[in-house]
Design a protein around this ligand. Structure first.
Ligand code: ARG
Ligand code: ZN
Length: 884
């Protein structure tokens, strides 16, 4: 019988494991319908824990045999209930032999051992290993693994697991075997196996210490024309970690395997990373610049986990950000270093800020808000969040902002010196940073324990006789579920002052020359900093480089913002000034549209704003990539976050109006930039070329926001003639957005051409799902397309989730049809794959922010899902918290 209230697990209840595991020998007889797993463990009583009971986890597996030190255990010796196998009393040293059976072909959850396109894969993080065998499935139990794989040779010619291949050979009945040994201790969540018909691109790579490592990228037959970039990214990642942190690959062999059925992006299993195909496969014909960037970042991310995650891992899942926040920070820095230029770095930073605002700030203000290190959870898979990952990376970044690159490196070195091959806590990382830099970081701990986005307000006052500029910084943090009151954070605030000519002033604080940018440390609720020798009224550039994950408020005038937008030497704040100018217009026009019942007849955009956009568009001293970022308006979702009782249609109308107005009033400049940023010659995904394409394509998109024959012809020509997916997809997007009849034909052509490329078919679904012309009925029709299936996560996300999350106007249709669709799909998906269903469930997080009539219907949809008798813990947690 299932219980209605699933169990909450608390961080404060942590207990060390009663037994530690030294070695694990696994034997697999792989069969999709019945896989037999033989597991031989050597365990040792943990003196730190006390107790003689051995606790093992097991889920959806059938226990066949259980022997302790050679003796078969009787029913009275153990309890098997609620996915737990408890052996009541054991000696100090134990050899446990467990035989169990699982059914991979029926595993639609994609957690544990499953079948995808006829091949076997595993996903064990966070708690999937218990779906393979009985085991103390917790990250603080680290053991050495030996793995014997046996399977039919014709169907599964490739047999892979972690570490080194020790032996392979043939067996009777057309079967074969492979024996793998991982030389490093690891937690069970890093176990992996692959048994498949795959091919690989491989090469030998010389490591810094002179050893040669074998690198492999495994894919399905027919995809070897799409593995170059992943391989190149892997080599760059290995080099970067050697050079930047002195961290070397510790294995002789490193494998990446791509599968089209995967819940997340990729997984850092020791020596055998398993990836969603989306983050491996690319060539210019099928992948966009953004896809190439994603591959480079995710390959790096998983590779970097080998040290930050695998060699040093998490004590428990509350510490997830210890490895994820740190590894995201590392992949962000890698991406920036790969571009190399200052503006290139800044553009990657702008991307990060956009992601935070678009996804993390709303999470931190909603019903699922949680600290970077959560205090409790019902289902850990619900906590692989933008807060744990991206806000966690911001927290790590702040150490580097406080201590500099060298100070940060000292902290990293001390962290590895202290904790190599251990399972530790976020506090251990903070302590290493503090000790290596001789700093007290007690207060900094609040970044890990307090949820919510801090609000940082500034007030500046120039004294024209004393020649001082006094900057008052005031912080607060709104309440979040379970945390009504917050204490002040330790916030690094990077500040510059611009003179009337737009140049940086030299900053002198307490008689110390702080250069052009000073990092002020705000630790109180309110603090004042005095800059001396300030001879004219400055314009303050606060929070340069987005030095902390906060909402910045200040009484900016349009004149201040225009000054910063034209001159700030910090590109992030220069961009930010433009976003503020745009946001104020978006909010004003959305308000007017709503007041006029969304007729939109007489909206008006001021010349000041258009002129600011014109200037940045044509400024040849600026990188095209930066100009594109500056021209991109805050998304409808970001605007909606600023309005109470939001009407999504009004926001859409306002944003569309601005886009069309820019398209019409800057038509000549946009056309000129379109021509000036063509990238003739062979496609290359490098940042400079990608930046040009981005600027050219945003110009195309603005031109088609106010379409005429010429702009439509331009899009059509680009669609017909381009030789790369970036330009094909952008042109198709422009045609769809301009609502011309040509769009339908182009969509058909596109599908015909790419129906054999699953990742491009995903794009085809996604572009339609997110188009404001696609209503619920149209989505339902697309679901009946032969290429659609709810069982493949990428496909489900590309249509169902894309509609619910990226098509606000139709999703929030006043008749509630979008919400009814959502409820239906969450329930249908939950029966197949709770993790994917639970992500979709989050589309309702912000329901309390909408106009009353919408709120009511959203609540009803949430209640409908919550009222389901049969629901996973994953979805139950999300909808329960939303309704709380
Ligand atoms: N550790 C992986 C990564 O960050 C994420 C895998 C999590 N998977 C899951 N089902 N919770 O790259
Ligand atoms: Zn990760």
């Amino acid at each position: 019988m299932r219980t209605d209230t699933p169990q909450t697990i608390y961080r404060k209840d942590y207990n060390p494991p009663t037994y530690l595991v030294d070695t694990v020998e696994l034997g697999f007889d792989l069969d999709p319908a019945r896989t037999v797993v033989a597991n031989r463990l050597t365990l040792r009583r943990n003196p730190a824990a006390g107790g003689r009971a051995i606790e093992l986890h097991g889920e959806e597996i059938e226990l066949v045999a259980l022997r302790l030190n050679g003796k078969t255990l009787a029913g009275a010796d153990y309890t098997l209930a609620d996915n737990r196998l408890v052996i009541h009393e054991a000696p100090d040293d134990v050899v446990l032999e467990i035989e169990s059976v699982c059914v991979p072909e029926q595993n639609t959850t994609l957690s544990g051992l499953y079948v995808s396109n006829g091949n076997f894969f595993t996903q064990c993080e966070a708690e999937g290993f218990r779906r393979i065998t009985y085991f103390p499935d917790r990250p603080d139990v680290m053991a050495k693994y030996t793995v014997m794989l046996r399977a039919d040779k014709a169907r599964y010619p490739v047999l892979l697991s972690n570490g080194n291949l020790i032996q392979e050979g043939d067996l009777d009945d057309g079967r074969h075997y492979a024996l793998w040994e991982d030389p490093f201790k690891k937690p069970s969540y890093l176990f992996a196996l692959v048994a498949a018909k795959l091919v690989c691109q491989e090469e030998t790579f010389r490591l810094a210490d002179g050893r040669d490592a074998l690198l492999q990228v495994w894919v399905e037959d027919g995809n070897l024309d799409k593995t170059d970039y992943a391989m190149q990214s892997l080599k760059h990642s290995i080099r970067w970690d050697e050079e930047k942190y002195g961290l070397e690959l510790d294995l002789d062999r490193f494998m990446i395997v791509a599968t089209s059925d995967f819940n997340m992006g990729a997984m850092e299993n020791k020596g055998l990373n398993i990836f969603n195909t989306k983050f491996v496969l690319a060539n210019p014909r099928v992948a966009t610049d953004v896809d190439f960037q994603g591959i480079e970042a995710v390959v790096a991310h998983e590779y970097f986990h080998n040290w930050t995650g695998n060699r040093v891992t998490c004590r428990d899942w509350f510490q997830l950000s210890l490895k994820e926040g740190l590894t995201v920070f590392r992949d962000q820095e890698f991406t920036a270093d790969m571009i190399g230029t200052d503006t290139g770095r800044a553009v990657t930073r702008i991307d990060q800020v956009r992601t935070l605002r678009q996804h993390q700030f709303p999470e931190d203000a909603g019903p699922m808000a949680h600290p970077v290190r959560p205090d409790s959870f019902v289902e850990i898979n619900n906590f692989y969040t933008v807060t744990v990952y991206e806000k966690g990376a911001e927290v790590v970044r702040m150490y580097q902002t406080l201590f500099g690159v060298d100070g940060f490196r000292k902290g990293m070195d001390l962290y590895f010196e202290r904790h190599d091959e251990q399972a530790v806590e976020c506090d251990d990382f903070r302590r290493a940073m503090a000790d290596a830099n001789g700093r007290d970081l007690t207060q900094f701990e609040r970044w890990y324990s307090q949820a919510g986005t801090p609000v940082l307000r500034f007030e500046g006052r120039w004294d024209e006789t004393a020649h001082t500029y006094t900057l008052k910084l005031i912080q607060s943090c709104p309440p979040t579920p379970g945390q009504p009151q917050k204490l002040p954070f330790h916030i690094p605030v990077a500040v510059g002052l611009l003179d009337a000519a737009g140049n940086d002033m030299r900053l002198v604080v307490d008689s110390v020359d702080r250069g052009a940018t000073a990092v002020l440390e705000l630790t109180q609720a309110e603090q004042t900093f005095v800059f001396t020798d300030v001879k004219e009224q400055p314009v303050a550039s606060v929070l340069r480089g987005f030095s902390a994950p906060v909402v910045l408020q200040g009484s900016y005038t349009d004149a201040d913002l225009l000054h910063l937008f034209s001159h700030d030497s910090d590109p992030v704040n220069r961009w930010e000034a433009g976003q503020r100018l745009a946001m104020s217009r978006l909010l004003k026009l959305a308000g007017e549209a709503a007041a006029k019942g969304n007729s939109g007849a007489s909206l008006n955009l001021d010349e000041t704003f258009i002129e600011a956009m014109r200037k940045v568009l044509v400024d040849e001293t600026l990188d095209p990539a930066f100009r594109e970022q500056a021209l991109l308006l805050p998304s409808e979702g970001m605007v909606a976050e600023q309005i109470d009782g939001v009407d999504p249609l009004a926001v859409h109308i306002a944003r569309q109006f601005i886009r069309a107005d820019i398209g019409a009033r800057l038509r000549g400049e946009l056309l000129a930039q379109y021509e000036a940023n063509l990238t003739p010659g062979a496609y290359s995904p490098d940042a400079a070329s990608a930046g040009k394409r981005a600027l050219k394509n945003i110009a195309l998109s603005y031109l088609n926001a106010a379409p005429d024959d010429e702009s439509v012809a331009l899009a059509q020509r680009q669609f017909d003639e381009a030789d790369n997916m970036t330009d094909r997809a952008a042109a198709l997007g422009a045609l769809i957005a301009s609502r011309v009849p040509e769009a339908a034909d182009a969509l058909d052509v596109f599908y015909q051409e790419f129906q054999g490329e699953a990742l491009v078919v995903d794009k085809w679904f996604m572009m339609q799902a997110a188009a404001p012309t696609t209503d619920v009925a149209a989505v339902r029709a697309l679901m009946r397309h032969p290429a659609f299936t709810l069982r493949n996560p990428n496909r489900a996300r590309s249509l169902v989730a894309a509609f619910c999350m990226n098509n606000p106007v139709q999703f929030h249709a006043p008749d509630g049809s979008g919400y009814a669709f959502w409820a239906e799909q969450v329930i249908a998906l939950d029966a197949l794959n709770p993790q994917v269903a639970s992500r979709l469930a989050r589309a309702m997080d912000r329901w309390r922010r909408y106009a009353p009539a919408l709120q009511e219907q959203m609540k009803a949809a949430l209640q409908r899902v919550a009222g389901q008798g049969k629901l996973s813990n994953d979805v139950r947690e999300v909808v329960t918290k939303a309704l709380a």
